[in-house]
Design a binder for this molecule. Structure first.
Ligand code: ATP
Ligand code: MG
Length: 401
C-alpha cells in the first residue's frame, strides 16, 4: 500500500469517506479526495479534514445519502453526515466572474481539470482518485510539493484580483508548510497588497491565527513584510518583525497578543478592531498588553489585587509569558503559586453588603468590602467569624478616626 493510501486509511474520518466513495462509485459517479488532504498525505502529514470532490451534483448527492447538509448548493458544496463524521462533498466546478474580490457571482458544474484550475495554489489543487488509488495532477502541483513552492494556479495577478484573501493565504501556507514563495507569485502580491484591506476581519483573524501558530511563522511574517501585506495590516510590526512565541500559547488570542505586544495603545486598538475579535479576546489582549507595558506596576500591587486581576485570562497569560522569559521570575512564580493554591479562582467573600447595612453608606461600603476581601485573599482572615470580628475593629476605627 502506498504511503498516501496508508495515511488516508488511518485518518479518523476514513470510515465515513470509505462509505461515501463506495456509494458514489456504485451509483456511477467519480469520487476523489481534493485539496489540502491530498497535499498533506503526499507530505506524510495527517490532514485536518478529508474533503471529497465528485461529478455528482448537489441534488444527486442529496438523493444518494441519508443525511446531508446544504452548505452552499449553488456553489456545489454539500456535507454528508455519517456517524460522528461530517464530510464535505463538493461538485467539480468552474468559478464564474469575481466581481467583489471575494467569491464568484455563480459557478458551473464541470470537470476535475476545471475544478483544479479554480483552486488557489498548485499544491492545493491535487486530487486523489479513491477508486484508482492514484494522484491526479493537472497543475504541476506534485512538482511544487517536491521543491516546496507556493505558486498560484495560473496567472498570479488574475487569481489575486479574483479573491483578495488569497494574498494572505499565500503567506499562511508558506508558514504552515515551511515552503518558499514562487517569485512571480510574490511579485503579484507586492503589486496588489493594498487589496488585502477589503478582506473581512473574521477571515483576516483566521488566516493570521493559522500563520502565527505555524512552525515557520517567521517565514510567513517575512513574506508579509517583503510584499507589503504587513504594512497594510500591521504597520507597527515594520520596525521589529521578530517572532518567538513564548509562554503557554494555545488559543489564537494568545498568539495575537504576543504579535501586538510592541504596538502603541492606538495601534493595538486599531488591530483588535480590524480582526473582529470577541469582546473577551479584546479584553484579554488589552490586559496582557497593559501588564507588559509596566510589569513592576503590577508586581507592586498588594497581593489581594493581584489575585483579583488574575481572573482575567490576559493577566494570567502575560505573567506566564514573563515567567518563561525569566523576568522577575521569583515574584511571578510566587503570585502564580498563590493563585493555584486558591484553585485558580477567587473564593467567595466572607463579608457582603448585608453585613454593612445600617453601619456604612455610600462609597465607604465598597471600600470596606474591598478591604475585607483583600484581607481574606492575603490570608489574614480565614473564616466568616474572623471577618465579622475584623469588621467590628474596622468600624470602630472609621468612627474614631
Ligand atoms: P487546512 O489544512 O488549513 O484546512 P486546506 O488546504 O484544506 O488547509 P482550506 O481553506 O480548508 O485549506 O480549503 C480547502 C481547499 O479549497 C484548498 O486546498 C484549496 O484547494 C481550495 N480553496 C480554499 N480557499 C480558496 C480560495 N480562497 N481560493 C481558491 N481556492 C481555495
Ligand atoms: Mg481544509
Amino acid at each position: 500500500m502506498s504511503q498516501v493510501q496508508h495515511l488516508l486509511e488511518t485518518h479518523p474520518h476514513w470510515p465515513a469517506v470509505n462509505a461515501i466513495y463506495h456509494k458514489l462509485q456504485a451509483a456511477g459517479y467519480k469520487a476523489f479526495l481534493a485539496g489540502g488532504c491530498v497535499r498533506d498525505a503526499l507530505l506524510g502529514i495527517t490532514a485536518n479534514d478529508l474533503d471529497v470532490a465528485t461529478n455528482a451534483t448537489p441534488d444527486q448527492i442529496e438523493a444518494l445519502f441519508e443525511k446531508t447538509v446544504n452548505v452552499g448548493k449553488v456553489f456545489g458544496v454539500m456535507r454528508v453526515i455519517i456517524g460522528d463524521a461530517d464530510i464535505e462533498v463538493a461538485t467539480f466546478r468552474t468559478d464564474g466572474d469575481y466581481k467583489d474580490g471575494r467569491r464568484p457571482d455563480h459557478v458551473e458544474f464541470s470537470s476535475p481539470e476545471e475544478d483544479a484550475k479554480r483552486r488557489d495554489f498548485t499544491v492545493n489543487a491535487l486530487f486523489y482518485d479513491l477508486v484508482a488509488k492514484k494522484v491526479l495532477d493537472y497543475v504541476d502541483g506534485e512538482k511544487d510539493l517536491k521543491i516546496k513552492l507556493i505558486r498560484t494556479v495560473g496567472d498570479a495577478e488574475r487569481r489575486f484580483k479574483e479573491d483578495h484573501l488569497r494574498l494572505l493565504r499565500a503567506a499562511r501556507f508558506v508558514a504552515q508548510l515551511d515552503f518558499s514563495l514562487d517569485s512571480a507569485t510574490q511579485t503579484a502580491i507586492g503589486a496588489m497588497a493594498s487589496l488585502v484591506n477589503t478582506v473581512s476581519g473574521e477571515r483576516l483573524r483566521d488566516e493570521m491565527g493559522k500563520l502565527l501558530k505555524a512552525k515557520a511563522a517567521s517565514k510567513g511574517l517575512r513574506v508579509m513584510q517583503e510584499t507589503g501585506l504587513l504594512k497594510e495590516l500591521f504597520a507597527f510590526r515594520l520596525s521589529d518583525n521578530s517572532w518567538q512565541p513564548r509562554g503557554p500559547t494555545k488559543e489564537t488570542w494568545h498568539f495575537l497578543s504576543l504579535f501586538m505586544r510592541k504596538a502603541s495603545r492606538e495601534e493595538l486598538e486599531k488591530a483588535v478592531a480590524l480582526l473582529r475579535l470577541s469582546v473577551k479576546e479584546q479584553r484579554a489582549i488589552l490586559k496582557s498588553w497593559e501588564l507588559w507595558q509596566n510589569p513592576s506596576a503590577f508586581l507592586q500591587k498588594r497581593r489581594g489585587e493581584q489575585l483579583q486581576a488574575l481572573t482575567d485570562p490576559g493577566v494570567l497569560f502575560a505573567l506566564q509569558v514573563l515567567l518563561s522569559e525569566g523576568t522577575q521570575s521569583a515574584s511571578i512564580q510566587n503570585i502564580l503559586d498563590d493563585w493555584e493554591s486558591w484553585g485558580a479562582e477567587l473564593p467567595k467573600p466572607y463579608l457582603n453588603g448585608e453585613d454593612l447595612k445600617g453601619k456604612l453608606s455610600g462609597k465607604s461600603i465598597g471600600v470596606c468590602l474591598a478591604e475585607a476581601f483583600n484581607e481574606q485573599l492575603e490570608r489574614r482572615l480565614d473564616s466568616r467569624e474572623k471577618a465579622l470580628a475584623w469588621l467590628q475593629g474596622y468600624l470602630q476605627k472609621e468612627q474614631h478616626g
